[in-house]
Design a protein around this ligand. Structure first.
Ligand code: UDX
Ligand code: UDX
Length: 455
């Protein structure tokens, strides 16, 4: 069956390339002509593990095509996916203008019986609104919901190894069409849950909100571990062995970021308010997550005098991606700079995008250059390469003695052995063996109100 995908971003491009491997001819469509031109020359607009090879092989097979001509791309397709952006609006709710415009653009070119499938993350009831919208345009095609559960950095692997596939269909024809597309997965034992469009739309938000709640929970448990002398990794292991809880998403960090959790949790509480079913746990989670980034910035300032230099290792919202959308660095770095701290930074993938998003930072391609003469080093992203840095060499090149590991990426004792004070999350502070040069006490401005500042 021919498939069309409107919106060739992280989700649309990955989904299109992966579906092509199932033997379908897939046309990826985008409004951004430059993006399409690049893809036609084999240049990907984004970094995603394994996607480059997949796009190359599927293009070569003739199964994967790219066009900016939506009418031509949609014509003849049995399924048309919509994966255009669904950014937050000024109230934190979802801006559906791109989805509605895509439906208007697609409707006139839908073949008889073709299914319009919303893959973008949209609030409950959107598929039914779009159904009414295209009916008003004289099209009675089915409209379905097929949310994705792809993580950036592992999206290709997640596509081929899903825990479940969710098909939201209010009409049997849509259920049949999507069940046929995903039959190879069902044959290999992947649960394909066929339900209503509203169930599918809500399930996507509920999944992301629950995953984010796990992260927010372990972050606050880490704070308690620091006060009680416990080790959060050990506590998380004990908790995570309970099959009802599971060990995934129990790693403390500087606060979750990315293009999904922050946006989707805000959209989820907006939906709750709209339908009179307030999601108070998720409302509290959002406050806790924002406060955490400020609190951790405050901890760094505790150890610095005005005019100090801090080297940040890692600015991506997580390792394995070049994406800095809502990354913790975007909150923590400006708070340091507002207190007169000079910030240097390294990130293996984010230098280009980082220089645009944090222009006042001194960016370095080499982590050793970034940490030279720094009063403190802060690890914000769990890039594996940081584990194998020469910490003796780093300690010798730094001016100060403190390392903040906001991903618990490093071995505390190994870092302390080189004379650095190691401060992780939910772990005991590791002091250097001898009395090391002490970072001067905080004489930074009255930053303490950062944590309380409204955001
Ligand atoms: C998007 C949504 O933001 C997300 O909520 C949903 O879960 C999946 O699709 P993502 O792929 O990360 O996620 O978005 P983005 O990388 O911004 O790609 C969206 C693409 O749609 C862009 O390439 C943009 O050019 C394109 N687009 C946008 C269109 O083709 N037409 C439009 O009218 C608007
Ligand atoms: C998420 C969901 O996992 C995915 O199912 C959905 O389709 C899109 O949103 P993504 O945002 O790409 O995926 O990355 P994810 O791995 O979930 O990480 C999100 C944020 O949580 C990152 O900032 C990450 O550093 C943080 N995180 C994750 C933690 O702090 N601790 C953890 O244990 C896991």
């Amino acid at each position: 069956m021919d498939i069309a995908i409107v919106g060739t971003g992280y989700v649309g491009l990955t989904t299109g390339a992966c579906i092509a491997t199932l033997g379908h001819v897939v046309t990826c469509i985008d409004i951004d002509k430059a993006k399409i031109a690049g893809l036609e020359q084999g240049k990907l607009p984004l970094y995603e593990t394994g996607l480059d090879e997949l796009v190359t092989s599927e293009r070569r097979s003739g199964r994967l095509r790219f066009t900016a001509d939506l009418a031509a791309g949609v014509r003849g397709a049995g399924i048309v996916f919509v994966s255009v952006g669904t950014p937050p609006d000024l109230r934190g709710d979802v801006d559906l203008s791109y989805v509605r415009k895509a439906a208007d653009d697609i409707a006139p070119h839908l073949s008889k019986g073709a299914v319009l499938v919303l893959k973008s993350t949209v609030p409950a009831g959107t598929a039914r609104q779009i159904k009414r919208q295209i009916s008003a345009l004289g099209r009675n095609n089915p409209v379905a919901s097929n949310p994705e559960f792809l993580r950036e950095g592992s999206a290709v692997a997640d596509f081929f190894n899903p825990d479940r596939i969710v098909v939201g269909a209010d009409e049997p024809a849509a259920a049949r069409s999507l069940a046929s597309l995903y039959a190879p997965f069902e044959k290999h034992g992947v649960p394909v849950v066929v339900t209503s469009t509203v169930d599918a739309e809500l399930a996507k938000y509920a999944s992301n909100a629950f995953l984010a709640l796990k992260i927010g929970f372990i972050n606050e448990v880490a704070d308690l571990c620091e006060q009680t002398g416990a080790d959060v990794a050990s506590v998380a292991a004990c908790v995570g062995h309970d099959k009802r809880i599971g060990s995934a998403f129990l790693a403390p960090g500087p606060g979750f970021g990315g293009s999904c959790f922050p946006k989707d949790t805000r959209a989820f509480i907006a939906t709750g308010r709209r339908f009179g079913a307030n999601q108070t746990l998720v409302e509290s989670l959002i406050r806790s997550n924002e406060l955490r980034k400020r609190k951790l910035a405050g901890r760094i300032l505790d150890h610095l005098a005005r005019g100090s230099v801090v080297a940040v290792l890692g600015t991506a919202f997580k390792a394995g991606t070049d994406d800095m959308r809502e990354a913790a660095a975007l909150t923590i770095v400006p708070l340091l700079q507002q207190q007169g701290v000079k910030v240097k930074a390294h990130d293996p993938q984010c230098r280009t995008v980082g220089a645009k998003m944090l222009p006042a930072v001194s960016w370095h391609d080499d982590p050793y250059a970034a940490v030279a003469d720094a009063d403190a080093v802060v690890v914000l992203t769990e890039w594996p390469d940081y584990r194998t840095l020469d910490w003796r060499r780093i300690a010798a090149s730094m001016r100060g003695r403190t390392l903040f590991d906001y991903r618990n990426l490093l071995e505390a004792s190994a870092v302390a052995a080189h004379g650095l004070r190691y401060i992780g999350l939910g772990r005991p502070v590791s002091q250097p063996p001898a009395a090391a040069k002490n970072g001067s006490a905080s004489t930074a401005g009255d930053w303490h109100d950062i944590a309380a500042a409204p955001y």
